[in-house]
Design a protein around this ligand. Structure first.
Ligand code: LLP
Length: 419
């Protein structure tokens, strides 16, 4: 459930009419609902009420906006980060360093140092090579890096290939059948406190079965590692829960996920870490856009909106579906191709989509844009970065300024020797 609803014929974000935001801030603009973020954060936490010891670390990559992170920090959430940039955002939002988990296959030495200096809670090590480098850096700094070893369980998550991470040929984690040996090697390194294992098999999962298979494999590994004399106190189960992009999508409810987790992990005797992103932020945001013009097409008309693939990349990158709806629907439908202004055919949000009837100047939204939306923007075609707005009841605030193309150009130089 979210808080983007039509009231008196006009779509509102909570109690704010979207045309008011368009007037104040312009379009395109991402609009987030605080109440929806908080609701999702509560629902996910409540779903895990049978897990005695846990840290819920929001996947910052899904929506790194500082105000969004602040809302989640106030909900007691930690942060799953994959770069020093994300770590700094989490810290700036007031998330305690010990609630920060650092994942990712390509952490650089500089990033490891910065994270050790900040005193983050856990590094999820993705390879033996990375573990050895981290151990060396930590030891030289006189610090201890608390770590989990990320396991590649070779489970097909049944999601889009580009967002699947747990198959043997994906770049993530260490192969499960080599995990015991690599764990043994890394656990013996000074500078490292290897205290657990981690897994994340993919994103936008519509089925709990692959997750359960991965968790069971992890449980067996925990038993084996303990059998080999290792102390395992933490297991990170990653993120991945899918959200409905279409009204008719049926996704596993967080409560079912929580019950499965509690059942599978009940004898593990560890603190569990979760890294949800999309399930918290996805339906807490829309991309508000204005129709530039409607152009006749051979079959269907092209509804050309002022948002483009650089603002919301998911349809172009993954063929992803985002619901598209008028802000002031007149009750009639049309079938249209929804496209942005960018000069390539990939800048297409939908072909032959039946949607609310729209004409030049009308406002519309792409729904479910709160996760992997603004954060994946680029400035392609010398378009700027869109603004972001957070709504809270009847008030709203710009939480990220629009960065126009001129500001981006100002950061560029023509060297003297070229003039
Ligand atoms: N933990 C790790 C280690 C991850 O790699 C990810 C997502 C998450 C947690 C959060 O997953 P979530 O709960 O949001 O599914 N750009 C793509 C999604 C990429 C996800 C990458 N990793 C998209 O727009 O669909």
């Amino acid at each position: 459930m979210d808080h983007f609803e039509i009231r008196n014929g006009v779509m509102h974000a909570e109690d704010v009419a979207l045309p008011d935001i368009a007037d104040a801030v312009g379009t395109p603009v991402y609009v987030y609902s605080r109440a929806t973020l908080e609701r999702h954060a509560r629902v996910f936490r409540d779903a895990l009420s049978d897990v005695p010891e846990k840290l819920i670390a929001f996947a910052v990559k899904s929506n790194p906006n500082l105000a969004v992170l602040k809302v989640l920090q106030q909900q007691g959430y930690g942060a799953d980060v994959v770069s020093v940039g994300e770590m700094r955002r989490a810290l700036a939002a007031g998330i305690a360093p010990e609630k920060i988990v650092f994942s990712g296959v390509g952490k650089t030495g500089i990033e490891m140092k910065a994270a050790l200096e900040a005193g983050i809670g856990q590094f999820n090590i993705e390879s033996e090579e990375e573990g050895l480098e981290l151990a060396e850096i930590a030891e030289a700094m006189g610090r201890t890096a608390h770590c989990a070893l990320r396991i590649n369980p070779d489970v097909d998550a049944g999601t889009h290939d580009k967002i699947s991470t747990g198959k043997a040929d994906n770049k993530f984690g260490v192969p499960i059948d080599e995990a015991g040996q690599i764990f043994g090697k890394l656990a013996g390194q000074p500078g490292v406190n290897l205290r657990g294992v981690a897994v994340h098999i993919g994103s936008q999962l519509g089925d709990l079965a692959p997750l359960e298979r991965a968790f069971e494999k992890l449980g067996a590994l925990v038993v084996a590692l303990r059998g080999a004399g290792h102390t395992i106190t933490h297991v990170d189960l990653g993120g991945g829960l899918g959200v409905p992009y279409r009204k008719e999508d049926v996704m596993p409810p967080p409560a079912d996920y929580g019950a499965m987790v509690a059942r599978v992990t009940k004898d593990w005797g560890v603190a569990l870490i979760f890294e949800p992103g999309r399930v918290i932020a996805g339906n807490a945001g829309v991309l508000l856009t204005r129709v530039v013009r409607v152009k006749r097409g051979i079959n269907d008309p092209f509804v050309i909106v002022d948002a483009a693939m650089n603002d919301l990349a998911r349809p172009a990158l993954y063929g992803a579906y985002h619901d598209f709806a008028a802000v002031e629907p007149n009750g009639a439908d049309m079938t249209a191709n929804i496209v942005g202004p960018i000069c390539e055919t990939g800048d297409t949000f939908a072909m032959g989509r039946t949607c609310d009837q729209l004409k030049t100047g009308d406002l519309a939204v792409f729904r479910t844009a709160g996760a992997y939306g603004a954060t994946m923007a680029s400035s392609y075609n010398s378009r700027g970065f869109v603004a972001e707005v957070l709504v809270d009841g009847d008030r709203h605030a710009v939480v990220a300024d629009r960065i126009d193309a001129g500001e981006i150009m100002d950061a560029e130089r023509v060297p003297d020797w070229l003039v």
